[in-house]
Write a protein that binds this ligand. Structure first.
Ligand code: GDG
Length: 464
């Protein structure tokens, strides 16, 4: 590669050794290859300068730009997290459409596009991450950038019917089409991207999935994100002995780990667990659901609502089912450090990963990597997690159906060792092979070998 790798994401790590799935993945990739990482400074300024500022150098360079307090409200909390996030997670009912949200979103993207136009050369490879920057390629092309620009969407791509709830539904077609590679997590997402263009005379896909009738060469492709599975397995084996839970012999540990987000299906999970408790006989195992849920985006109303709902639901379930020596739900609404989390994964008999919609879900993969292959736990996984395409040997459930979830839990808690080993071996094989290195290599090869960018903007509805 002759030019630089330039990664763009809303959040950029400020510490030397970052934590968090996506951030760790990109940190490792840039450490190995060198390059530049650009993101927001996280420090809203009254009048932000249209300038990139270097904050650190090392194996790669980190640069940030500022946004104003109004842009933080409109671009980040507003358009990104109160419009696109719910819409892309099949919750169009939660979107909050305020006119200045889209204006701030476009303004931040336009300013960044110009900064990137000033900073990049045609040989650079630009890799943009996530829904905060969907219009970036279209705006960079307008600003004269000719380098290859790739995108990776970490969250699900929405169905056409939901996209219609977005006032910028037409623009979304141009935004997506202007990337040289539009990367998504799953084959299901690829199909949804294609469906978005199906009735558009300006868009025809050839057999390789390339959009050929427009002047762009955009190609949606799936790149399921992985984890650093070897490292995580080592960490989990080391931390196992350090986790003290105060549970009595014979009690089973069922683990949930999720940012406190309505897309993760926590209330439905609690309902499924309550159904399991209702169905228990005196011989059934005493299972405790340990739910770790660090809060996120607390400035957005929908996130405050879910917090209250979960506290009430877990309180009611414990009130009905707890015994002197057994609390069925242990709900921890804060973050646990990564080492301890790895030890908990290792110790857990069952993991419940039951989102209502999820791009991939790294927790499912971390649980698999952390388990002891000689005595593995069981993964209960929602059909609606992107990970279900790869991890089909998990117990797949419909998270909306509490009976289905309860039955899977019953099955998991008494599953014989040979079945647990067989299922786990298959899951582990996938998690180890399709790991984070595999993901970055696969994506960057696709971007490097994509046809040279075309100069014209894609215009929806206009046949070429
Ligand atoms: C987005 C997409 C996609 C969670 N609690 C704690 C903690 N975590 C870590 C987990 C995992 C990460 O956070 C969560 O990753 P997920 O993939 O499960 O979910 P999102 O944050 O929604 O991520 C998702 C992902 O991007 C990557 O493309 O898979 O679909 O929504 O690594 O371990 N870590 C620590 N303490 C906690 O309490 N240390």
């Amino acid at each position: 590669m002759s030019g630089r790798l330039i990664v763009v994401s809303n959040r950029i790590p400020t510490e030397a050794e970052p934590s968090g799935g996506l951030v760790v993945a990109l940190h490792d990739c840039l450490t190995a290859r060198g390059g530049v990482w650009i993101g927001t400074s996280g420090d809203p300024q009254a009048s932000p300068e249209p300038k990139l500022r270097q904050i650190a150098d090392g194996p790669y360079t980190r640069m940030v730009f500022d946004i104003s307090p109004e842009e933080h409200e409109g671009y980040y909390l507003g358009y990104a997290n109160s419009v696109l996030w719910p819409l892309f997670h099949r919750r169009a009912d939660l979107i909050d459409l305020q006119p200045d949200f889209a204006d701030h979103y476009m303004e931040v993207n336009r300013r960044l596009a110009q900064m990137l136009a000033d900073f990049t050369t045609p040989d650079d490879l630009i890799w943009v991450h996530d829904y905060h920057f969907l219009p970036l390629a279209a705006l960079m092309r307008e600003a004269g950038v000719t380098a290859r620009i790739g995108f990776f969407l970490h969250i699900p791509f929405p169905v056409v019917a939901d996209i219609m709830a977005l006032p910028q539904a037409g623009d979304l077609k141009t935004w997506v089409a202007e990337f040289d590679v539009f990367g998504v997590q799953t084959q299901g997402d690829v199909a949804r991207v294609m469906a978005h263009y199906r009735d558009d005379p300006g868009a025809v896909f050839n057999t390789q999935g390339r959009m050929v009738a427009s002047d762009t060469g955009m190609r949606p492709r799936h790149f399921p994100i992985g984890i650093d599975a070897q490292e995580f397995a080592k960490l989990a084996a080391r931390e196992e002995v350090n986790v003290q839970l105060g549970m009595t012999a014979g009690q089973k540990l069922v683990l949930g780990v999720d940012r406190l987000d309505y897309s993760k299906g926590l209330r439905h999970r609690f309902d499924g667990f309550a159904t399991y408790l209702d169905r228990r006989t005196p011989d059934s195992p005493k299972a405790t659901l340990l739910q770790i849920a660090p809060p996120s985006r607390e400035d957005v109303d929908a996130y405050r609502d879910i917090r209250t709902e979960l506290e009430q639901t877990s309180g009611m379930i414990n009130g009905a089912h707890a015994e002197l020596d057994w609390t069925p739900i242990r709900y921890i609404r804060r973050s646990v450090d990564r080492d301890r989390l790895a030890g908990l994964y290792r110790r857990a008999d069952v993991a419940m990963v039951t989102p209502l919609a999820d791009g991939m879900n790294l927790v499912a993969k971390e649980f698999v990597a952390a388990q002891d292959p000689e005595d593995p736990g069981v993964l209960i996984l929602s059909h609606f997690a992107g990970a279900a395409e790869q991890l089909s040997d998990a117990l797949l459930v419909n998270p909306y159906d509490p009976q289905d979830v309860a039955l899977a839990l019953e099955q998991a808690l008494v599953m014989p060792l040979d079945e647990r080993k067989r299922r786990h071996a298959s899951l582990r094989d996938n998690v180890m092979k399709e790991n984070i290195g595999w993901w970055t290599d696969r994506y960057l090869t696709a971007l490097q070998t994509a046809p040279a960018p075309q100069p014209d903007l894609y215009v929806p509805g206009s046949a070429a």
